[in-house]
Design a protein around this ligand. Structure first.
Ligand code: GLC
Length: 447
């Protein structure tokens, strides 16, 4: 059975979730604009043939950018009663209101694709010129505020900042965070099955951290020193690294002749130094025993020994050696044998694997996309194809859900979900018109 046949089309899902230049991940559960969702969703708009709308998504996300360069994980463009914690809990003075942490910055990599694959060259050039300086500041912020000691490994201050909220990787570091000392009412568990969501234990600590940021007035130095949760997150590090490479390529492409952006030489120099630091620093996170990379609790100084998709994302970054890539390729094949519906967010053999609980086992298609790109770029086309087919199976089984039970393919979390629809349009089942336009612009298909 193909679940797509009785569902909204992927393009209709995006239109349903379009609240005027920004796309909510899904109505109800996530009623604002989220950072990495917006980036992935922009690819969906591009593939649906609406390039202007794709760039608009980027511009609206950047409306939330702070003066220090940070692009927040949520931009609260409107009001909504269905989400907790809303702007009043974050207490950020910014217009539009925002959260106070960021998310994996896949934005720059997406902008490179929008720029290179867009057919309307004037639009692409104009929009790149308008948005690139903000994204350069965003990346500089990450390296400056989240890696002040120049280790090459930026830190996250909240599990939400990783985008992989309740991954087993964060169990250890979260145990060092006290629970919030106030009553609150969650909205998520009233909207979707609580067995697919994080526990109260985790939420109590998530909200403690939100209050902690506010009490410390978001002061970069104080947070780096005192935040009870400080983690070198391998997925954040990898996605940032890939984004910085793409950003530099965009600037150099521009400097090579388009004359759009007055490229800041000093910023580029600094970004290149950061790339070099990460290429070296990330090796401290490799586990020869497990055959993948790990995150690290920077406060307790321990590696977090959980095999998750985060630890394979160095393939997307391009920071793994050839030998490391081969080991991860082998691991991925065996991973898919045990849970065939997409690459499970946590390895199925882990004692913490739960196939339908959020980031503890389900598969998420945008992560699968990044893994497939990484495999392809390391010459592992077979693994890239396997990941793509396993992802297609999820959509065929369940349609456009937020994430999928990696053992059964059942759709979990929110339905009519933007990033899943976007990945279908852009990656898994592109419309003929998009494939033809890519061919016309000379873009060669990755897989
Ligand atoms: C959840 C996910 C996060 C995503 C957000 C909106 O918090 O864990 O990655 O950005 O929902 O979809």
């Amino acid at each position: 059975m193909n679940a797509k046949l009785d569902a909204l089309s992927a393009h209709d899902v995006l239109k349903l979730n379009d609240l005027g230049g920004y796309t909510v991940p899904t109505r109800g559960l996530y009623p604002f604009q989220w950072n990495w969702d917006a980036a992935i969703t922009a690819l969906g708009w591009l593939a649906a043939g609406d390039e202007a709308r794709a760039w608009r998504e980027v511009e609206r996300l950047l409306e939330g950018q702070w003066d220090n360069g940070m692009v927040p994980h949520i931009v609260f463009h409107g009001d909504a009663e269905t989400y907790f914690p809303g702007p009043e809990v974050w207490g950020v003075k910014h217009s539009p209101s925002t959260s106070a942490i960021s998310q994996p910055p896949v934005l720059a990599s997406v902008m490179k694709l929008l720029f290179e694959e867009g057919r309307d060259r004037r639009l692409a050039e104009e929009k790149l010129a308008a948005t690139l300086p903000g994204v350069i500041r965003y990346h500089l912020w990450f390296y400056r505020d989240r890696d002040p000691e120049h280790t090459g490994r930026v830190c996250s201050y909240h599990p939400w900042e990783s985008g992989m909220d309740n991954s087993p990787q964060w169990d250890g570091p979260l145990a060092g965070v006290p629970p919030v000392d106030a009553e609150y009412v969650r909205r998520d568990t009233g909207l979707v099955d609580p067995s697919e969501r994080p526990h109260k234990y985790e939420y109590d600590r998530y909200i403690y951290l939100v209050k902690f940021f506010q009490q410390n007035e978001h002061d970069a130095e104080v947070l780096y020193r005192d935040c009870p949760y400080r983690v070198e997150d391998i997925s954040l590090i990898s996605i940032l690294h890939r984004g910085t490479r793409d950003l530099i390529a965009l600037c150099e492409e521009d400097a090579a002749g388009l004359g759009l952006v007055n490229t800041n030489g000093e910023a580029l120099f600094s970004l290149k130094q950061s790339l070099a630091r990460t290429e070296e620093g990330v090796q401290a996170l490799w586990s020869d025993e497990l055959g993948c990379f790990l995150s690290r609790d920077a406060r307790a100084n321990v590696l977090l020994e959980h095999v998750t998709t985060a630890g394979i994302l160095p393939l997307f970054a391009g920071v793994a050696s050839g030998a490391q890539a081969q080991r991860m390729g082998g691991l991925l094949e065996e991973w898919l044998e045990q849970a065939p519906f997409g690459v499970a967010s946590t390895h199925p053999a882990s004692t913490r694997f739960e196939p339908k609980r959020y980031w503890r086992g389900p598969s998420w298609l945008h992560i699968n996309w990044m893994l497939a790109i990484g495999c392809e770029e390391y010459g592992m086309s077979r693994e890239a194809d396997q990941i793509k087919q396993a992802s297609q199976k999820c959509i065929e089984a369940a349609g456009y859900y937020e994430y999928f039970n990696s053992v059964t393919g059942e759709g979990c979390g929110g339905r009519d979900f933007s990033w899943t629809a976007a990945m279908d349009l852009y990656w898994l089942n592109p419309l003929e018109s998009f494939t033809a336009s890519k061919a016309a612009t000379g873009v060669v298909e990755a897989s």
